[in-house]
Ligand binder design. Structure first.
Ligand code: AMP
Length: 405
């Protein structure tokens, strides 16, 4: 990394302003409470735990950790259902020490709280998105945040593709802005996979839309040995290459683009040859397997067994695998087999020593549900950020950090 990292900073007795990604799902804590008085608790703490190495390093070095995060989309106004207060409680439990919470995000009251904090303590500030200046990257809001710290650490990989005040604006106003341990780890794994992959390198891409992944395919096609495709996005490519796709999800406006991509890929882009089809996503409706074209009135909802076998063979030989996006409507049991089989194939490749990287909420959920999350070398905490990195784009949250001397 050419950027400052946590280890480069003198943290002793410093106010260390840390941008974390605590945008975690919440659920009502007590269903008996009234609607306007609902209390929430953290439903999935993966992102909180991912920040622990950075937070522990700051605590051990006797710094004061002042944590910034957004949660949900409160649209620039305070909204109690998006308060980070339950996250402070949860973080206290997992880190094993008190975490102070400030219902102000900026201003004199926060400054006073920070002054009174001992070294090695933690303070979580209220949701940065309660201010319109956050998503507008407003310089005045960024300056008010920068006033709270001596040094800045960005550990929020999941938002590093956005130029917001709490990750980009603030970094430009500090003397030292460094990458946290999580951000560094993400960039190291993804960067190495793109720059010096062990081969064969395979990208496994799925999900609903080709439009989300055009940039990724365009960049990866020049890097990987093969891209294997599943999910609804296959049907745009299949239709573009002359197959009937019934009423499968197809982005018709992209057919010409998809055709050109297939032609320029020179055989490096593999599409499913058989499909699990049905007349609707409803579980009760009967599904069947079809090879080649999809009949009228039917939609493709998962890759078929022949494709599963072919993709599994391809992944078996891989030394590097990057996976983003499910192979079908994996939320419905009848259409989940393809995604589950790919999760197993990725885990087995890991056991054989391959570098495996999985990202995107759905692929991570699928691999977690299959009990295989620990059988992957790197689970990325960023969906959109990972895709933009794979597109070869500079991530603003990384680009604005201080260069190493
Ligand atoms: P994405 O957010 O682009 O990764 O897409 C994930 C969504 O794509 C999931 O909710 C899947 O149910 C959906 N999906 C995957 N394959 C299909 C398909 N063949 N038809 C309809 N939706 C699909």
């Amino acid at each position: 990394m050419t950027k400052l990292s946590l280890g480069d900073l003198d943290l002793y007795a410093k106010r260390v302003l840390v941008r974390v990604d605590f945008n975690v799902p919440l659920r009502p804590k007590d269903t008996a409470t009234q609607q306007n008085n609902t209390r929430y608790e953290v439903a999935d703490d993966t992102r909180i735990r991912a920040a622990l190495p950075t937070l522990r390093t700051i605590i051990e070095a006797s710094g004061k950790a002042i944590l910034l995060s957004h949660l949900g989309r409160p649209n620039g106004v305070p909204d109690s259902q998006y308060s980070l207060s339950p996250v402070a409680e949860h973080l206290s439990d997992v880190i094993g020490q008190r975490v102070r919470f400030s219902s102000d995000t900026i201003g004199p009251v926060v400054q006073k709280t920070i002054r009174s904090m001992p070294n090695s303590s933690l303070l979580l500030l209220e949701n940065t998105r309660f201010f319109p200046g956050e998503t507008q990257n407003d310089p005045a809001f960024a300056a008010a945040l920068a006033d709270l710290g001596d040094v800045f650490v960005n550990d929020a990989f999941g938002t590093s593709h956005r130029a917001h005040a709490s990750n980009v604006g603030v970094a430009t106003k500090m003397n030292q802005a460094a990458a946290g341990l999580l951000l560094e780890r993400e960039i190291r794994h993804l960067g190495r996979a793109l720059e010096a992959p062990e081969r064969p390198m395979i990208a496994l891409l799925g999900g609903a839309k080709v439009s989300d992944k055009i940039g990724v395919i365009t960049n990866l096609i020049g890097i990987v040995d093969e891209i294997i495709i599943g999910g609804a996005m296959s049907y745009t490519f299949l239709k573009a290459s002359g197959h009937s796709t019934g009423c499968s999800l197809v982005e018709d406006s992209l057919l010409n683009h998809a055709k050109a991509m297939l032609e320029s890929a020179g055989g490096k882009l593999s599409l499913p040859k058989d499909h699990i089809i049905s007349t609707s996503i409803d579980t009760a409706s009967r599904s069947s397997i079809v090879s080649g074209s999809i009949p009228d009135g039917y939609m493709g909802l998962d890759i078929g067994p022949e494709t599963v076998a072919r993709y599994t063979r391809i992944l078996r030989n891989a030394r590097t695998i990057i996976w983003n996006g499910p192979m079908g409507v994996f939320e419905v049991d009848a259409f989940a087999a393809g995604t589950r089989a790919m999760a197993t194939a990725v885990a087995e490749a890991t056991k054989r020593g391959a570098m495996t990287i999985v990202g995107g909420g759905d692929s991570v959920a699928a691999i977690t549900e299959a009990g295989l999350a620990n059988s992957v070398r790197h689970i990325s905490t960023g969906g959109g950020a990972m895709l933009e990195f794979l597109e070869g784009k500079a991530l603003p949250g990384l680009a604005t950090l201080t260069d190493k001397a």
